[in-house]
Write a protein of this length. Structure first.
Lengths: 338, 257
């Protein structure tokens, strides 16, 4: 075999971006899935493509991983042009798709070795690397069980391990935590953070603002195939505002009164609904503010029916940026609320 | 790694994968053991008494038909397993790797060839237990097995092509009903074609399954082969020549739509 497995170190001195795309477009019949996406992902960083279902996230990833030919635009991944040398791109990337791509009839170990062999690794090297990854992803005890018997979280970890078998320089993760329970989701975040700490470049897609927030250096918000905002998590949050506290009074008739009381106490009231007895407060000082605020109302004899902390969600991002709700983002909305 | 050795490596890896599937998937395992045995026993004992084929016993007549019918049904397994891969997204993973993409098809069809060879052996053994007493020399049997295997390889490429055209497992089941059933039943596999009405008989006598069945039957029962061996070889090669490039072209296009 003439080509050794590529490691992140072999190209570290290469200064150019890990992913550089300009004007990518893709139509499926009448539907325009991607309408001119530009993106730059620097080596060793994490970029999140954030958007609702159907925004063009997966199509963008499929173009960059050479699974789809773009109708327009160009891109280089790990220094190679996706159209002119797709083979060189494939030798340097790992892809964990939206749907788990593992072989259920093979064991965890067999899955990894098979992918390693197809990624041009020698049998022994693939077997060693499989052992290493199985241990790291806490699958060592189940290595010789069929992947079909794995839990959802285990499948996702095996899937991620498979995309890492040949030490890719650039890793694509298409909705890596969709469908996972909260605990597996956090486990997946930790794994991704570890990888990045070791120098892997990651492009991930997500419908969850908190996920992009937790993992990404840069967030690219995408809607109807177009980039509608980009920046760090902090700059986006400055644009859309932070946490809000939603209060509901037992007696809606006293809403205006309570709202005035809070304003007098120096609280930033963002809105009030007299019919339901709701008051929305912009939180600027964190949990301390919540305690003070509830005490103030309690002292003045306002009885509260319900108190909810509302964190900004993808939908808030969209409301702010486009004035419209994110389409098909029902799951994201539910997930983002506490 | 050069193109050829890459192709060889990837085909070998995916051949092993498909073969492992054959022995681990309950559906496929049943398909290569239980169902051919059931077919032998049912036709032998249910229809056997009622069908008179003249010069030999029904079980002797039947076995060539059962072999080829099972091989033709095997194309469905090729189609289903490939469609399953396409649906589940594992083909996306393969396509994101620096591998020879066509190995997905060659690995599969070669494994299915071995699977069919295994099934033929099972059927011969069961047949012998229920009164199958074939004739034929070692050379005749070698020729008959070779014809069946070439046909098996050809028809599993048709299965692959069907899966690529209709990559949905359920739709495939319907399609197969329309394609594979007439080919196997409107043939000389189970009954002589001369009782069939005009158009049906014309179809039955000129389609590939009948040619292969007749050739295998003649070779293994010491009957005159006529032009059936030539016709079988021509059909199999023709199917391969059409379906391999077509499947490869569709597959390449799929990867880069």
């Amino acid at each position: 075999m003439s080509t050794a497995p590529f490691t992140a170190q072999t190209v570290v001195e290469d200064a150019e971006a890990a992913i550089l795309a300009t004007g990518l477009t893709k139509n499926f019949g009448e539907t325009c899935a991607v309408a001119g996406v530009d993106l730059t992902v620097e080596r060793g960083t994490v970029t999140a493509l954030l958007g609702p279902n159907g925004a063009g996230k997966t199509t963008t990833v499929r173009i960059l991983t050479t699974l789809l030919k773009p109708d327009g635009g160009s891109a280089t991944v790990a220094g190679h042009d996706i159209a002119r040398s797709p083979g060189a791109v494939r030798a340097r990337i790992g892809l964990t798709g939206q749907f788990t791509a593992i072989d259920e009839l093979l064991t965890g170990r067999e899955n990894l070795i098979m992918i390693g062999r197809l990624a041009r690794m020698q049998k022994a090297a693939a077997a060693d690397r499989a052992v290493e990854l199985l241990a790291r992803f806490e699958l060592a005890d189940d290595a010789d069980r069929r992947a079909g018997t794995y839990s959802g979280g285990m499948r996702r970890r095996l899937d991620l391990a498979a995309s890492l078998i040949a030490n890719p320089e650039v890793l694509f993760l298409d909705e890596p935590t969709t469908g996972l329970d909260p605990r597996s989701r956090l486990g997946m975040w930790e794994l991704i953070e570890e990888l990045v700490a070791q120098g892997t470049t990651v492009l991930l897609t997500t419908q969850y603002l908190d996920e992009a927030d937790a993992l990404a250096d840069e967030i690219i918000v995408i809607d109807h195939g177009r980039v509608i905002a980009r920046g760090t998590s902090d700059t986006l949050k400055d644009e859309i505002g932070g946490e809000r506290l939603e209060l509901r009074l037992v007696d809606p008739a006293r809403t205006a009164h309570a709202s005035a009381r809070l304003t007098a106490a120096g609280v930033e009231v963002a809105g009030a609904g007299e019919a339901e007895g709701t008051i929305s407060v912009a939180l600027t000082r964190g949990p301390v503010e919540i305690a003070e605020l509830i005490q103030t109302l309690d002292r003045d004899g306002f009885t509260l029916d319900e108190v909810t902390v509302h964190r900004p969600t993808l939908d808030d991002v969209f409301l702010t940026l486009t004035g419209q709700h994110a389409e098909d983002a029902g799951d994201a909305l539910r997930e983002g609320r506490e | 790694m050069s193109g050829i050795s890459a192709m060889y490596n990837d085909t070998a890896v995916l051949f092993r994968r498909s073969l492992t599937h054959s022995f681990r998937s309950p559906e496929i395992l049943a398909g290569i053991t239980i169902s051919p045995v059931m077919f032998v026993l049912m036709f032998r004992y249910v229809f056997g008494g009622a069908i008179d084929v003249g010069e030999t016993t029904y079980v002797n007549y039947l076995m060539a038909g059962i072999f080829v019918q099972t091989i033709a049904f095997g194309a469905l397994t090729t189609a289903m397993t490939l469609a399953n891969d396409l649906e589940k997204g594992i083909v996306d993973r393969f396509f994101s790797l620096p591998m020879a993409r066509s190995a997905v098809l060659t690995g599969r069809t070669l494994a299915d060839l071995l699977r069919n060879a295994f099934t033929i052996v099972v059927m011969i053994l069961v047949g012998l237990l229920v009164g199958y007493r074939p004739g034929g020399s070692v050379a005749d049997w070698s020729a008959a097995l070779a014809l069946m295997l070439v046909f098996s390889f050809a028809i599993s490429w048709v299965g692959a092509l069907m899966a690529l055209a209709v990559p949905k497992v359920e739709a495939l089941q319907q399609l197969s009903f329309v394609v594979i059933l007439p080919l196997t039943f409107v043939s000389s596999a189970f009954v002589k074609t001369d009782t069939m009405p005009g158009a049906l008989r014309a179809f039955a006598e000129n389609q590939p399954v009948t040619q292969v069945v007749d050739a295998v039957r003649a070779l293994t029962l010491d009957q005159p082969v006529g032009n059936t061996v030539t016709a079988s070889v021509v059909w199999s090669i023709a199917i391969l020549v059409v379906s391999i490039p077509l499947a490869a072209a569709v597959f390449r296009r799929m990867g880069t739509r």
